[in-house]
Design a protein around this ligand. Structure first.
Ligand code: NI
Length: 172
């Protein structure tokens, strides 16, 4: 899946702000192991972070990105599994059903993949970029993405709970 957004701009304090690609932190960096703080201010600083995270995720060909992965310890997640961009602020899993075991990777663990057991259906309560309460539900890959990205906000990486890691080279 490739989504190339090009350069998008919008007015920011009378100046044109150009969306930026942020540096993705990789496993071993302490920031990935910390607990992120709730967002309390829904302002332009948050919107810039959200836009940059979406841009960074798309350019890296990822389907999800959490703020600690770009070095920001805030409870902010972006997801796009090919059904459009989802922004989640202060997300919480409020319901789950069933189970599925699928291969996962992470932009913070390049080249590594592992089988992880997740719920097959997940319901998430969160806020949108303006602070409005939202509920999103997902199955399949979207359910995986909700769980994987929310784990990042609590300092967890998929490898912590992987049933087994995959040797991708030998399987190709
Ligand atoms: Ni990840």
């Amino acid at each position: 899946m490739w989504i190339l957004m090009g350069i998008s701009t919008y007015k920011y304090k009378k100046e044109i702000y150009i969306m930026a690609i942020r540096n993705i932190y990789v496993e071993g960096e302490e920031v990935l192991r910390k607990i992120s703080k709730p967002v309390t201010e829904f302002n332009q600083k948050l919107w810039i972070l959200l836009d940059d995270m979406a841009e960074t995720m798309n350019r890296a060909d990822g389907v999800g990105l959490a703020a600690p992965q770009v070095g920001i310890l805030k409870r902010v997640v972006v997801i796009d599994v090919g059904e459009g961009l989802i922004e989640l602020i202060n997300p919480k899993i409020i319901g789950q059903k069933g189970s599925q075991i699928e291969a996962e990777g992470c932009l913070s663990c390049p080249g590594e993949y592992g089988k992880v057991k997740r719920p097959s259906w997940v319901s998430v309560q969160a806020q949108d970029r303006h602070g409005n309460e939202i509920v999103r539900e997902g199955t399949g890959l979207l359910a995986v993405a909700f769980c994987h990205e929310i784990d990042h906000l609590d300092g967890k990486i998929f490898k912590d709970i992987a049933i087994e890691m995959l040797d991708v080279k030998s399987e190709e």
